[in-house]
Design a protein around this ligand. Structure first.
Ligand SMILES: Nc1nc2c(c(=O)[nH]1)N[C@H]1C(S)=C(S)[C@@H](COP(=O)(O)OP(=O)(O)OC[C@H]3O[C@@H](n4cnc5c(N)ncnc54)[C@H](O)[C@@H]3O)O[C@H]1N2
Ligand code: MOO
Length: 402
């Protein structure tokens, strides 16, 4: 069976970057840049004061005391068109442009004002409380690279660099179709043998937190005819996901159902727990991922395979995020041939180390355990038995909204 990393490589090779679009700065958080953002303005655009006080010539000041003549007032946004000469100063505020001739700011707490006569016994070095033009960045400088997911901080930076619009990768549109005769919309009257469809809303939420636009398709019955209709529902989407019907049961029809309308299967079944019956292929040019029916398996496979594919489609340079280091809170048995993703709680020990403790029951249908989990502990195929306190790799769930 294919390993997790081989399967992920095949999926990453099977998807292509999305086209770019231009969005308003206020809509750009979480999106991925397709071109570098180059500053259109220096920050600050001129020498400005960082304090409220008086713009002075540092050489005028003396510890014996000096009285200067205030020749102008310059609030932020209203630069004074004056030159401060010897023995002169100008009233200035935080963010005001420094008037010509002045080279330091005397804070008002250190000056006595009587009309236009400003007296001080303080001395200052030239440059005191002056923010130099471009000290943060100069116009023309690349401030954000291409292929970068924009944070709230980046939005502030792009705004300061005088951009109202940014060029970003289009959001991937991901169609999700659950399959299964037993599935009902959550909230329905549930009859014998029926359950609520939990995977679709969970995966739609997960995809949305990852910056994708989920397109929820109707639930498909376990029939070849229903599966064939999928082909006609995916115009304009960038990826198709199904859940369920992936295993070996006689009602597990997804692969055969889609192959009849042209699915080219790349692989089916990989060495992972949960999620062994994962499928990957293409329907025409559309990447297709068939997730297993058990909801926890569908969630884990989305995290491990689909989110990296979406990052690659968005143009991010490192689609696979590196694992976080923690220590085990409990002993674990040796692993078998499947890579394991154990649902775990997180804590800190007395030394402040992150401790991941897998739950005792790891059933891939248990959504309450999944919701309580703050991490997935990754165990390599054939990992030897491990003791509490041993190092382990984890994927954090608690910091992402996943
Ligand atoms: N003989 C074998 N049986 C099974 C194997 C196997 O290798 N040999 N693999 C098991 C594993 S592992 C998994 S995972 C499941 C996956 O099977 P399917 O993908 O065919 O999934 P279903 O049979 O359709 O459903 C499994 C389970 O999950 C429930 N389900 C399905 N969809 C949803 C949904 N949208 N929301 C909530 N719950 C859902 C479904 O009712 C079943 O209980 O197969 C094992 N069997
Ligand atoms: O791998 Mo299944 O996905 O264990 O439940």
């Amino acid at each position: 069976m294919l390993s997790v990393s081989e399967a992920r490589e095949r999926i990453l090779e099977g998807v292509s970057p999305l086209p770019a679009e231009v969005v308003a700065l206020t809509d750009a958080c979480g999106r991925v840049t397709t071109v570098p953002v180059v500053a259109r303005l220096s920050n600050p655009p001129a020498d400005v004061s960082s304090m409220d006080g008086y713009a002075v010539r540092a050489a005028d000041l003396s510890a014996d005391g000096v009285t200067l003549t205030c020749i102008a007032e310059s609030p932020a946004g209203h630069p004074a068109d004056v030159t401060v000469g010897p023995g002169q100063c100008a009233r200035i505020f935080t963010g005001s442009v420094m008037p010509a001739g002045a080279d330091a700011v005397l804070i008002q707490e250190n000056a006595q004002a009587q009309g236009t006569r400003i007296t001080t016994g303080h001395v200052l070095a030239a440059g005191t409380y002056v923010r130099r033009m471009g000290q943060d960045f100069m116009a023309g400088k690349e401030v954000i690279p291409a292929g970068h997911r924009l944070s709230a901080r980046d939005i502030g930076l792009a705004a300061a660099a005088n951009h109202a619009w940014l060029q970003v990768a289009r959001r991937p549109r991901v169609a999700i179709a659950a399959t299964g005769d037993e599935l009902l919309l959550p909230g329905s009257a549930v009859g014998p043998g029926q359950i609520a469809n939990s995977s679709t809303p969970m995966l739609a939420a997960l995809l949305r937190t990852a910056g994708a636009e989920p397109v929820v398709l109707p639930v498909l019955r376990d029939s070849m005819a229903d599966l064939a209709t999928l082909e006609r529902m995916v115009d304009g989407v960038d990826m198709l996901i199904t859940t369920g019907g992936a295993s070996v049961g006689s009602h597990d029809l997804v692969r055969r159902g889609l192959e009849q309308v042209g699915l080219k299967t790349d692989f089916w079944k990989i060495a992972i727990r949960p999620g062994r019956p994962l499928m990957f292929g293409h329907l025409g040019r559309l990447p297709f991922i068939g997730l297993p029916g058990n909801p926890v398996a569908a969630f884990v496979c989305t995290l491990v395979f689909i989110l990296p594919a979406l990052r690659r489609m968005a143009g991010l340079a490192t689609p696979v995020e590196p694992p976080v280091q923690a220590i085990l809170g409990t002993d674990l048995r040796a692993n078998d041939a499947r890579m394991d993703f154990l649902r775990a709680s997180l804590d800190h020990d007395a030394q402040g180390r992150l401790v991941a403790t897998p739950f005792a029951v790891q059933d891939s249908a248990m959504l309450h355990v999944l919701a309580q989990s703050q991490a997935l502990v990754m165990r390599a195929p054939h990992a030897p038995a491990a003791r509490a306190g041993d190092a382990c790799d984890i994927i954090r769930l608690d910091q992402t909204g996943a």
